[in-house]
Design a protein. Sequence first.
Length: 112
Amino acid sequence: MVDMSKETEQKIGQLQILEQNIQTSMMQKQQFQSQLIEIESALSELKNANRGYKIVGNIMIDSTKEELVSDLTQKKEMFELRIKSLEKQEEQFKTKAKKLQEEILGEIRKKS
């Protein structure tokens, strides 16, 4: 087994944290994508309706089509923005992880 320096061990720890961050980011992105699909489905259903209902807390409130479309469109834009932000963050994590991985492998090769 290769004897690793403290610095290499720290880099391995950082790499593990980055990988966890990537996983967390991917899960959040999947949740937002799922909600985005629901919103798009609701907007599609509203095309054929004159009125609808929106859920506020534990009750449903009668609402106009225009209000619902406006609310859903705003939510859709928000989720799209969050997804883009998470994708950017995920890419940054992956870039850092790749760089750290290369550094760690380089140090291990030097020792062996």
